[in-house]
Design a protein around this ligand. Sequence first.
Ligand SMILES: Nc1nc2c(ncn2[C@@H]2O[C@H](COP(=O)(O)OP(=O)(O)OP(=O)(O)O)[C@@H](O)[C@H]2O)c(=O)[nH]1
Length: 309
Amino acid sequence: MSPPSWRDRLLGGFKKTSDRLVGNLAGLGTGRLDEATLDEIEEALIASDLGPATAARIRDRLAEGSFERGMEDLGIRLIVSEEIEKVLERVAKPLATDAARPQVILVIGVNGSGKTTTIAKLAAILKADGLKVILAAGDTFRAAAIGQLRTWADRVGVPIVSGAEGGDAAGIAFEALKQATDQRMDVLVVDTAGRLQNKRELMDELAKIRRVLGRIDPGAPHNVLLVLDATTGQNALSQIEVFKEVAGVTGLVMTKLDGTARGGVLVAAAEKYGLPIHAIGVGETVDDLRGFDANEVARIIAGVETFQR
Ligand SMILES: Nc1nc2c(ncn2[C@@H]2O[C@H](COP(=O)(O)OP(=O)(O)OP(=O)(O)O)[C@@H](O)[C@H]2O)c(=O)[nH]1
């Protein structure tokens, strides 16, 4: 049996999010859209994690129009879809891999956000594109994290530079960039520890990694990717806030969109921060991470695809 297509994985992944949104909106559009109904719709959209600004814009658009009898549900969903698409199309940007050689991608995010898996998926994608990729196990805080990344490196078939648990993460990043340069690698992906208990410590560690990388290449790191777990809903937004401050985030990857009804937070993050969202994760296999098409994802979240299927 061939594996499900990316589109089917997207449909499956966003199912809970879409069901929640559609469920929240169900029955609201019958009859005239009076102020009270518009308020209810706006609240339903906020309850679906889309964020207040997008919800308010959708409310304004709905207030302008009227729907053909019997077509209210689809009419509302189409407008929701169009507004989500406008927000997402500004940020849906694939990760450009021609910034430098080697291009250094620093990957940050709290523990459990899916960082290690994302690095593995990213390495597999870049390798499939014909690029020479090397990894650096910069999360030296936990031995398990180093081992896990090594296992993934072996599975994907890319080299890895690692050290001992409790070792100096910046030292490993430096050594990895040296090797990447000597071996004419195209891309170096650096894992980092994501402890948030102590912001100062995290900030110091990330600043140190940046400093040592900069000694070899003043432009490095060329990307600072923040990995976010969508299942944490609004909490993902506060993580962007913190990491933007401590690490100068250049782009986002949102994972675990398959296990959650809170996928609307993708839209809220795009709306609030406008940072590029390079890829989304809808499962645990190497194939489950990709850049995305704003129109397709918007239609899926708003339940237009399933309505018209
Ligand atoms: N369902 C689903 N699970 C995912 C996705 N991405 C990662 N995971 C799972 O989430 C769990 C945590 O992922 P890791 O990659 O280990 O997360 P991490 O941020 O590196 O965590 P630490 O190693 O604890 O720092 C693993 O069981 C992954 O398989 C995704 O897109 N969908």
